[in-house]
Write a protein that binds this ligand. Structure first.
Ligand SMILES: NC(=O)c1ccc[n+]([C@@H]2O[C@H](COP(=O)([O-])OP(=O)(O)OC[C@H]3O[C@@H](n4cnc5c(N)ncnc54)[C@H](O)[C@@H]3O)[C@@H](O)[C@H]2O)c1
Ligand SMILES: [Zn+2]
Length: 363
């Protein structure tokens, strides 16, 4: 059991805590009515317990379909319209029960409904527990790209019941592990080693009765510490983008056939290679990342059907370029990031990126 108190809100990581959601919410975000927003997978499995703990008569529930393609403005319209039809007013707390898709979408609903109502995250995927539910970024995708319309809206409390990870399909479990690995690389070699230990017993962890609370709590501590002083990503929070500049490009070029964590796994290796080539990272950094990805069952290079030059091209649309060069968050070694004196991001020449992409492409 862990309670992380580094931010303006508490993050509870505790097996069985679904049944305590009501008590925890009433402490910080008591409301006349609760809008419980979930999706078609998490809802049938877990909504009844959350509803019960909140007091069923004060809850209205709405369920979206499952998947990234549901994180849309259309669903924002559908949910806000449904809440208005329910007669909900300002005295409403929105509760997101699900993975990062539900969390981001419901958070954006909460940020905008009646100009903003309190919001509670009840993450049910590993990715949402270790990453998406913490930090207050909410939003939706548009045809032009991911997360392009949104708002910062901090939750009132985050309740992560690690027991629910037992029903998570293995590919989504692996995807979440990518972000845990990232947290080790950017902030703590000790945590990185903990993740390696978990990864060594992956077969036992997936769907098993073993408790993932320490793994989740360790990641949350790192993410919370990073965002604590930099809620709006003016500086150090940029290190959380490690693996994401090329990762997002790979994800987008794959037309989202790769899961986010798979794309980020690939992005981390490529960006560590860039850092080594620029003599920013000590040699062997990329290989240590590769080794743990292999244990987890995540890819460590772009699929061969992706064109390296198209990936490079796509990095230009994902991130702001400075003087024609795209900015990266790069490691010095496992547990430490470069750029303390340059705003935590480093401009990289296209030539370096191209070389790394083409080297990874060749078998
Ligand atoms: N706001 C942030 O800071 C932030 C950070 C990282 C990622 N994200 C966003 O998170 C999203 C990805 O989140 P995700 O990986 O959780 O995807 P997701 O929400 O689509 O969940 C993955 C799948 O697992 C299902 N599911 C959820 N909980 C389950 C459970 N306990 N048992 C069985 N199935 C379950 C879902 O229905 C879905 O099919 C992306 O949209 C990404 O942009 C946001
Ligand atoms: Zn990510």
């Amino acid at each position: 059991v862990a309670t992380i108190e580094l931010l303006t809100y508490r993050i509870i990581v505790e097996p069985g805590s679904l049944d305590r959601v009501g008590d925890l919410v009433r402490e910080v975000a008591a409301a006349h009515r609760y809008a419980l927003l979930t999706d078609e997978r998490a809802g049938p499995l877990y909504a009844a317990r959350v509803r019960e703990s909140l007091g069923a008569e004060s809850v209205v529930m709405h369920q979206i379909r499952s998947g990234e393609s549901e994180k849309t403005r259309e669903n924002w319209i559908a949910l806000t319209d449904a809440m208005l039809a329910d007669g909900l007013g300002r005295d409403t707390t929105v509760i997101a029960l699900g993975g990062g898709v539900v969390g981001d979408l419901a958070g954006f609903v909460a940020a905008t409904f009646m100009r903003g109502v309190p919001f509670v995250q009840v993450p049910t995927t590993l990715l949402a527990m270790v990453d998406a539910s913490v930090g207050g970024k909410t939003g939706v995708d548009t045809p032009a790209g991911k997360n392009l319309v949104g708002a910062f809206h901090q939750p009132a409390v985050v309740v992560a019941d690690t027991d629910v990870l037992r029903t998570l399909p293995p590919p989504h479990f692996r995807s979440g592990m990518a972000e845990a690995i990232k947290h080790g690389v950017i902030a703590s070699v000790d945590y990185f080693d903990e993740v390696v230990t978990v990864a060594r017993s992956m077969e036992r962890w997936v769907g098993s009765a073993l408790d993932l609370t320490p793994l989740v709590a360790g990641s949350v501590r790192i993410k919370a510490a990073v965002v604590a002083d930099d809620e709006r990503e003016a500086g150090r929070r940029k290190i959380l983008n490690f693996g994401h500049t090329l990762g997002h490009a790979v994800e987008s070029c794959s037309e989202y056939t790769l899961l986010h964590g798979q794309a980020i796994a690939i992005g981390m290796v490529l960006e560590a290679e860039i850092a080594e080539r620029m003599s920013i990272a000590s040699s062997g950094t990329a290989n240590r990342i590769r080794d743990v990805l292999d244990l987890v069952g995540l890819p460590d290079r772009p699929p061969s059907w992706l064109d390296p030059d198209q990936i490079l091209e796509r990095t230009r649309t994902d991130k702001k370029a400075r003087g024609g060069r795209v900015e990266y968050a790069l490691p010095i070694r496992i547990g430490a990031m470069a750029g303390a004196t340059s705003g935590w991001s480093i401009a990289v020449d296209d030539d370096v990126v191209r070389t790394v992409l083409h080297t990874a492409h060749a078998p």
